[in-house]
Design a protein around this ligand. Structure first.
Ligand SMILES: [Fe+2]
Ligand SMILES: [Fe+2]
Length: 140
């Protein structure tokens, strides 16, 4: 999967994971952005959310290992941010669960999907700069 250049942080392995992650976020957004009126649409949103959450967790775990291996000084803050984002995604799942038993149309607040993407362009870009500068200095 090829990353949209606006989301590229310049580290191939992480760019590839981000491309897959963004794809799952977009997929979830497509099924969850309307009013979820029936059990079928709610169930579809739930399936897409679970897939996105699972990949979010595996990407975060892999990224944390990667930046720890590069001795990134802001590792702990970055991990904290990951936990916060995971909690927000889980909250969306709870919101869906709460609606599976009543007849009120469900409208999810999808702001979280914006924060997930912001995380790449701000926080992830920051560790990428650190790692790339370090390796450039080594080859100088
Ligand atoms: Fe990331
Ligand atoms: Fe991250």
């Amino acid at each position: 999967m090829i990353i949209d250049p606006i989301y590229s942080i310049g580290i191939d392995e992480m760019d590839a994971q981000h491309a897959r992650w963004i794809h799952l976020i977009e997929e979830f957004k497509v099924v969850a952005s309307g009013h979820l009126l029936d059990q079928t649409s709610i169930a579809a949103a739930k399936v897409a959310l679970v897939q996105m959450l699972e990949y979010t967790r595996s990407h975060f775990a892999s990224e944390e290992k990667f930046i720890a291996a590069h001795h990134y000084p802001d590792l702990e803050a970055h991990k904290k941010h990951h936990r916060k984002l995971e909690a927000e995604v889980i909250k969306l799942g709870d919101e869906i669960d709460a609606h599976t038993s009543n007849r009120v149309p469900l409208k999810l607040n999808l702001l979280i999907t914006i924060w997930l993407l912001e995380h790449i362009t701000q926080d992830d870009a920051k560790y990428a700069r650190f790692i790339l500068e370090k390796s450039a200095a080594r080859t100088r």
